[in-house]
Every structure is written in structure tokens, then in C-alpha cells.
Design a protein around this ligand. Structure first.
Ligand code: GLC
Length: 636
């Protein structure tokens, strides 16, 4: 449990902790439960504020008004959500259970609107979802809005999808069905149409410093010495020019303007939006683009120490006013940086981009060693946190493995990434993949890959191993530990949608190739074993059912298992009752035989969980090409 920091360690000041807590205690209007939360978390928030804003004259004043904001938000928190907060407090590891299963979809593309999503609840239950991420659904600019990642208002739903009242009602319906609603918290930037952005450009008092605006190129040029280009197809560098000639920071699209978190007023304003969403019944906030939220000249402006302090400060605010919520980190960066965001006090859950990318890497190379090495040394997480394991997302695949890890296996990172890009965009000889390049940067040679799971794995190309690869990739995401997350449509083998090329708002962004509309035929075919949709659905739902019935799959503990074949990824998932599940996955194109000696540390009588039969390990175990086994075993 978190310890309250003794107030005596903190710097005294006009708004120090003891004073704020004293005022809260003395006031008859203070909610006692809020006071208890504040006693626990305010000292931490205060310390973070001192570190972030201690130099500024208004920093601590802002803290007092932030606590007031949190108090008001708690007062408005609906009773059912307060009950949820208490339930989560009583079962803090709820999200580490073997029954957790996530799904993600676009509201419009999958179901037309929020009411259509509600109509899908029976299907979500059939699938076993306990977590539903609805892609950005807020008001955003007409036309290209980066798929809604350019937010114009955090309090209004895009009218084409529904209303905020409908979203709150949907959250409650989902909760009753055992499904937690997840939405994006896009807090690094807003759209250029957001009220704050308009006011900042107009120089309205109080808003001038909400964004990073410079009169000429001097500072932008200085920053761009060390920053990375994220969407070079849209604009070079990290800045775009305003109509009046000034320059504004825009890491992503030119209409997504980065907020200036060095200004505590920005923190407070965003905390207000966060608490508003929490009170609508959102249970998990996907913290978008966390690496970019703090800038400092002479650095990459990614994953700076202050980015962590900011997230921890948001977390402390949440613990006071909506304690049941979780933060999910979206950091698609070097694996050392990815884990740096994960802790009970920062982001409790995180995408696992390394496992995702290395699953595809292993399928392309037919060599499981990089993935095996990552599971061995980069899978462990602090207690009270979990990975979100996915096969693909709405974004591109970037090859974010560590060059130093690859070098240990004799792999040179740069040409290897080039090979993987060529392979997955169908440029390499003998490739089974039908992906599309994304943001190819001729200057740096950098590129990423897009495509649906079925198209990348070989189903679109008619490759004989395509279906097995789809199952293998999902079997890993379902078994390594954490919350498995399905991109809805992948469970019925949905293929790429090349129609985006004819839609002007999408044509310039190849990620739309893998964000297709609901595959009506695929869902109609899902019980028909004569179709790829039916076969994938049957095999995947079998894995999902088995996972849910396998307590060893809870939590994150994983022990690497050396199967003595480069193409085989192996690991044990130990359970509480002395048994373990041995997972073996063969990424190669040929069957392999795991020798009896390799399995001799295990009691020979095992259970093949997927087949539901007893097996003997005495003769060893043969894995077919692209085959996976989940075996319940006991160690000798
Ligand atoms: C995240 C989103 C991506 C978006 C970017 C900018 O990386 O996943 O889709 O383009 O943030 O908001």
C-alpha cells in the first residue's frame, strides 16, 4: 500500500499541504471520504507540484485550486461510480485476472454510433469481453482529424456518433454486462479548433501560454536540432506556421497542437477534463502519446523525467476524486522507456509494443530468438501493474526492439528493420504479407507498416500458413500475461480495406487500410467452418474460453523455457496450486520435435488445454509448422 509522505518533509508555503488539509478538515462541507483520499494522496501531489512548478510563483496556488476542483468532482461523482471505486479498492488486482479480455473498435465503423455499440453488447458478451476501448469519439475537426485524435472538446461527443449522455448511459450498460469502458485521454495536444487553441492564438489573457508559440524560427530551429519527425508525410520538423507567421508546436498532424505543460494552468484545465470523463463512467483512460508531454531544449523532447511527474500528478488527482480508474500508457518507444511509465502510481497498465512487434518479427524471420529474449528479460513488471498484449492496433507497427538486444544475437538493427518493412509491405521475396508502408522517410530510411492481422499474416495472399499464424499471434497475446486486446474484426479474419485510397480524408494516411468497416460477411460466416472467418473464429474463441478457465494465466509471472529450437518460443506460466502452463509456439514453416530430454524436468503426465486431452511428454512433443501448445504441467 502507498504510504502518505509526512508533511514535515515538504516545503512550507502559503498553500502547503498541512494548510490545505487543515482547511478541508475544518470545513463542515468536506466529504469525509474525500478527506481520507486527500490525506493519502495530497502530500504526493504537493511534492510533484513542487518539482514541476516550484519555480513559478503561481505553482502552489494552482495546487489549492486543483484540490478544490477534485473535491467538487468527487461531490458530483455518481453513487454507482463511488461504489465501483470501493469495489476496486477491495480487489486491486481485478485487471490481472485470467478472465480479462479487451476489444477495440471505431464507433462509427463498427456500429454506426453509440446506440449501435449498445446493440453489440450481446456479441461482446458472447466473445467474453471485459474491456471495450472505443476509439476517439469526441468532437473534432471535419475531414481529417487523425481518426479523432485531434480533440476540439473533451465534453462533447462527435454529434455523428451520439451525445455525452448516451456515452454515460452506455458506460453503465457495459458495466452491468461486466465490461469496463476505455476511452482515449488525448492530453498531449488538442485540435486547432479547440476553444483553448483559438484563445491562445488570439492572445486572450490566461491562454497565451497554453501552447508553444514562437514569433520566428529561432526557437523552432533550435528545438528541431534534436527532435524526431513523427508524421513527415504531413510536415517536416515539430512545428507548423500559423496564418500570422508565428510558429506553433505540432508533433503529429499540423492541426494537432501540443499543450504547454510547463504552465500549471494547463495541468489544471486538463485535470478538469479528465475528472469530467471519469464521472461519465469511463473506467480506463488510455493516456495518448505520453512520451511527448514535456519539452526541453537540447533533448529529444521525448520521455523526459517531467513526463513521469506529470502522469504521477494526474494519477494523484484521480486517486482523490475517482480512485477506481486506471491509466493505460501509450508509449511506443524504446522498451526501456516503455516500462518507465508503468507503476501503480503512474500508469497501471500499458500497451506491450515490444511483444507485438517481435511476434511479427518472429513470423517473418521464422526465428523466435528475439521474442524469446524479450520475454525472458523485458516481460517482468512491478506488482500491481499489467501489460496490454495485442497483435495489432489501429496504428502502424514500428520495430521498437532494442538494438543492443538484437546485437547480442548477431542481428544488426538498422538492416533488420529495413528487411522487416520490406517483408511486411510485400517487397521481399517469398513474403506472405500484404501490408502497406506508413510514413516512409527517405531522409532517415525510417518507415512503419500497416495492415490487418489477416492480411499481414498471409490470409490475403492465400498463403497456406496464414490462418495458423493468426492463431499463433493471438495465442501469444492471450498467454504471456496481462490483458489481451483484440482488434474487433480480426476474430473473423478481416482483410485490408484498400478503399481508403479513394476517400480523400484518408488517402494520405495508410493506417486506414487496417481500420475497415464492420465485416458484415465475416460475422455472418463466423459459425461456418468452410470459411476463413469461421475457422479463425472457432479457433480463437476456443483459446479465449480456455484462457478464462486457466488460473495460471492470471498475473504476469513468466519463466522462459528453452525448447532448444530457434523457431520455438517457450515459457511457463506458474499457477498458485503448483501446476504451470507450458506454452510452446513454433514460428517456423516446418514441424519441430521437442526432445524428451528437453521436457524431462516436467512430470510426463500433462494436459493439452486447447485439445482438452491428457498427453504424455515421455516421447517429447511435436509442434506442427506455426503450431502452438498450451500444456498444463507439473515441475518434477
Ligand atoms: C497516438 C495514437 C495515434 C495518433 C497519435 C496522435 O499515437 O494512437 O493514432 O495519431 O497518438 O494523437
Amino acid at each position: 500500500m502507498r504510504q502518505a509522505v509526512p508533511v514535515t518533509q515538504l516545503r512550507p508555503g502559503p498553500h502547503d499541504v498541512s494548510r490545505i488539509l487543515g482547511d478541508l478538515t475544518a470545513s463542515s462541507g468536506t466529504d469525509r471520504e474525500f478527506l481520507a483520499h486527500a490525506e493519502l494522496h495530497l502530500p504526493r501531489l504537493h511534492e510533484l507540484f513542487v518539482r514541476l512548478y516550484g519555480e513559478r510563483s503561481d505553482g502552489l496556488e494552482r495546487l489549492a485550486s486543483l484540490v478544490d476542483l477534485a473535491h467538487r468532482s468527487w461531490a458530483e461523482r455518481p453513487a454507482d461510480l463511488r461504489a465501483l471505486d470501493r469495489a476496486r479498492d477491495g480487489e486491486p488486482d481485478w485487471f490481472e485476472s485470467e478472465s480479462m479480455l479487451g476489444g477495440v473498435c471505431y464507433v462509427d465503423r463498427f456500429a454506426g454510433g453509440l446506440s449501435g455499440i449498445r446493440d453489440q453488447i450481446p456479441y461482446f458478451r458472447e466473445l467474453g469481453l471485459t474491456y471495450l476501448h472505443l476509439m476517439p469519439l469526441f468532437e473534432s475537426p471535419e475531414g481529417n482529424s487523425d481518426g479523432g485524435y485531434a480533440v476540439s472538446s473533451y465534453r462533447r461527443v462527435n454529434p455523428a456518433l451520439g451525445t455525452m449522455e448516451e456515452l454515460a448511459a452506455l458506460a453503465a450498460d457495459l458495466r452491468r454486462a461486466g465490461i469496463s469502458l476505455v476511452v482515449d485521454f488525448i492530453f498531449n495536444h488538442t485540435s486547432n479548433e479547440h476553444e483553448w487553441a483559438q484563445k491562445a492564438v488570439a492572445g486572450e489573457p490566461g491562454y497565451e501560454d497554453f501552447y508553444l508559440i514562437f514569433p520566428d524560427r529561432e526557437m523552432p530551429d533550435a528545438y528541431e536540432q534534436t527532435t524526431r519527425e513523427i508524421f513527415p508525410d504531413d510536415h517536416s520538423g515539430s512545428f507548423v506556421q500559423l496564418d500570422d507567421g508565428r510558429w506553433i508546436w505540432a508533433t503529429f498532424y499540423h492541426f494537432q497542437w501540443d499543450l504547454n505543460y510547463a504552465n500549471p494552468a494547463v495541468f489544471e484545465a486538463m485535470a478538469g477534463e479528465m475528472l469530467f470523463l471519469a464521472n461519465q463512467g469511463v473506467e480506463i483512460l488510455r493516456m495518448d502519446a505520453v512520451a511527448f508531454i514535456w519539452k526541453r531544449l537540447g533533448t529529444t523532447c521525448e520521455s523526459l523525467p517531467e513526463a513521469h511527474l506529470l502522469l504521477q500528478a494526474f494519477n494523484a488527482v484521480l486517486r482523490m476524486a475517482a480512485p477506481g480508474l486506471l491509466f493505460k500508457s501509450e508509449a511506443i518507444v524504446h522498451p526501456d522507456e516503455v516500462v518507465s511509465y508503468i507503476s501503480p502510481d503512474e500508469c497501471q497498465i500499458s500497451y506491450n509494443p515490444l511483444q507485438m512487434a517481435l511476434t511479427w518479427e518472429a513470423l517473418a524471420t521464422r526465428d523466435g530468438r528475439l521474442l524469446q529474449q524479450a520475454l525472458e528479460r523485458r516481460h517482468a513488471l512491478p506488482e500491481g501493474t499489467a501489460w496490454v498484449n495485442y497483435v495489432r492496433s489501429h496504428d502502424d507497427i514500428g520495430w521498437t526492439f532494442a538494438d543492443e538486444d538484437a546485437a547480442e544475437l548477431g542481428i544488426d538493427g538498422y538492416p533488420h528493420r529495413r528487411f522487416l518493412n520490406d517483408f511486411y509491405v510485400g517487397r521481399a521475396d517469398g513474403t506472405f504479407a500484404r501490408g502497406v508502408p506508413f510514413q516512409e522517410n527517405p531522409r532517415t530510411g525510417d518507415a512503419r507498416v500497416t495492415g490487418t492481422t489477416a492480411s499481414l499474416a498471409g490470409i490475403e495472399a492465400g498463403d497456406a500458413g496464414g490462418e495458423d499464424r493468426v492463431i499463433l499471434a493471438h495465442a501469444l497475446a492471450l498467454s504471456t500475461g496481462g490483458i489481451p486486446l483484440l482488434y474487433l474484426g480480426d476474430e473473423v479474419a478481416q482483410l485490408n480495406d484498400y478503399g481508403y485510397r479513394d476517400r480523400p480524408d484518408e488517402a494520405g494516411d495508410s493506417r486506414w487500410v487496417h481500420r475497415p468497416f464492420r465485416p458484415v460477411q465475416g460475422y455472418a460466416d463466423r459459425m461456418d467452418a468452410g470459411t476463413p472467418a469461421g475457422r479463425i473464429f472457432a479457433r480463437l474463441t476456443r483459446l479465449i474460453d480456455v484462457r478464462r478457465a486457466t488460473p495460471e494465466f492470471a498475473g504476469n509471472e513468466l519463466i522462459a523455457f528453452d525448447a532448444h529450437h530457434d523457431s520455438v518460443v517457450g515459457f511457463l506460466r506458474p499457477g498458485a496450486a503448483g501446476s504451470s502452463v507450458l506454452v510452446l509456439a513454433n514460428v517456423g514453416d516446418h514441424a519441430v520435435h521437442i526432445a524428451p530430454l528437453t521436457l524431462s524436468g516436467l512430470v510426463p503426465d500433462a494436459v493439452d488445454l486447447v485439445e482438452g486431452v491428457k498427453v504424455s511428454l515421455r516421447p517429447g512433443r511435436t509442434l506442427p509448422a506455426h503450431g502452438v501448445a498450451w500444456l498444463r504441467v507439473a515441475l518434477r
